[in-house]
Design a binder for this molecule. Structure first.
Ligand SMILES: O=c1ccn([C@H]2C[C@H](O)[C@@H](COP(=O)(O)OP(=O)(O)OP(=O)(O)O)O2)c(=O)[nH]1
Length: 202
C-alpha cells in the first residue's frame, strides 16, 4: 500500500517535471524530449503521426477564423451554392461540367429544399507537398439529414474547391457557416496536382 502511494507521488512529481520542460527541449528529435534530469522520454506531442494536427492544416491554408481550427483539422465554410441545370459529360479521356445556376441566399441564409446542390467552399485550400487531403462533412449536417459528398484532395492542389450537398430534409444554412472538416495526412506521391481544377475559384 505504502509502495503504491510512493510510486504515485513519484509519477506525479515526474509528470510535473516533464510538463515544465516545454517544447524547446522537444525540438531535439521528433518524438523524444529531455526532462530536467537530462533523461530522454517519449513525447507524444512531437511524435511523427500519419494525420497532421489542425494547427498544421491551418498554417498550410492561412487566413482562417480561430473557430475553424479543430484538434485534427480545419473546418471549411460555405461560400456559394449552385443548382445544376444542364447535363455534364464524363468520357474516357475528357469531361465537361454541366451548366449551373447560382442559388441566392435570403439575407445571407440559404433556405434549401430537398435536392442536390453544388457547394463552393469559401476557403482557399492548399495541399502541401508530401500530403493528401480528405474532407468530411460536419456531423451537424448528418444530424440534420444532409450529406456532403467529397473526393480526394491531391498534393499541390490550390483553389476554392467544390462538393455535392445532399439535402434529404429541408435545411437553412448561413453563408460562411462551417460545413466540413479538412484533414491532412502524410502521403508519398509522384508529381503534384496539374489537373483542370488547379487554381479554381481563386
Ligand atoms: O471534394 C473535393 C475533393 C477534391 N477537390 C479538389 C482537390 C483535387 O485535387 C481537385 C481535383 O479532384 P479530382 O482529381 O477528383 O478531379 P478529376 O475529376 O479527376 O479532374 P482532373 O483530372 O481535372 O483533376 O479538386 C474538390 O474540390 N472537392
Amino acid at each position: 500500500m505504502a509502495r503504491r502511494y510512493k510510486s504515485r507521488v513519484f509519477r506525479r512529481i515526474f509528470h510535473i517535471k516533464i510538463r515544465a520542460v516545454g517544447h524547446s527541449e522537444a525540438s531535439q528529435q521528433a518524438g523524444t524530449a529531455v526532462d530536467q534530469t537530462g533523461r530522454s522520454f517519449h513525447d507524444t506531442r512531437t511524435e511523427p503521426r500519419m494525420f497532421k494536427s489542425g494547427r498544421f492544416v491551418a498554417d498550410a491554408l492561412g487566413d482562417l477564423r480561430d473557430s475553424q481550427v479543430q484538434p485534427n483539422g480545419v473546418d471549411l465554410t460555405l461560400g456559394a451554392l449552385y443548382e445544376q441545370v444542364e447535363p455534364g459529360r464524363i468520357e474516357r479521356g475528357d469531361k465537361t461540367v454541366g451548366e449551373r445556376q447560382e442559388v441566392e441566399p435570403d439575407d445571407g441564409v440559404y433556405h434549401l429544399d430537398r435536392g442536390g446542390y453544388i457547394v463552393e467552399y469559401a476557403d482557399r485550400v492548399v495541399i502541401p507537398d508530401g500530403h493528401i487531403g480528405f474532407l468530411l462533412p460536419r456531423s451537424s449536417l448528418l444530424r440534420n439529414s444532409c450529406m456532403l459528398d467529397t473526393a480526394v484532395w491531391d498534393a499541390g492542389y490550390e483553389g476554392r474547391g467544390e462538393g455535392l450537398l445532399e439535402v434529404h430534409h429541408p435545411i437553412e444554412l448561413e453563408q460562411g457557416a462551417r460545413i466540413a472538416q479538412l484533414v491532412l495526412a502524410d502521403a508519398a506521391h509522384e508529381g503534384t496536382y496539374e489537373g483542370s481544377y488547379q487554381g479554381e475559384n481563386l
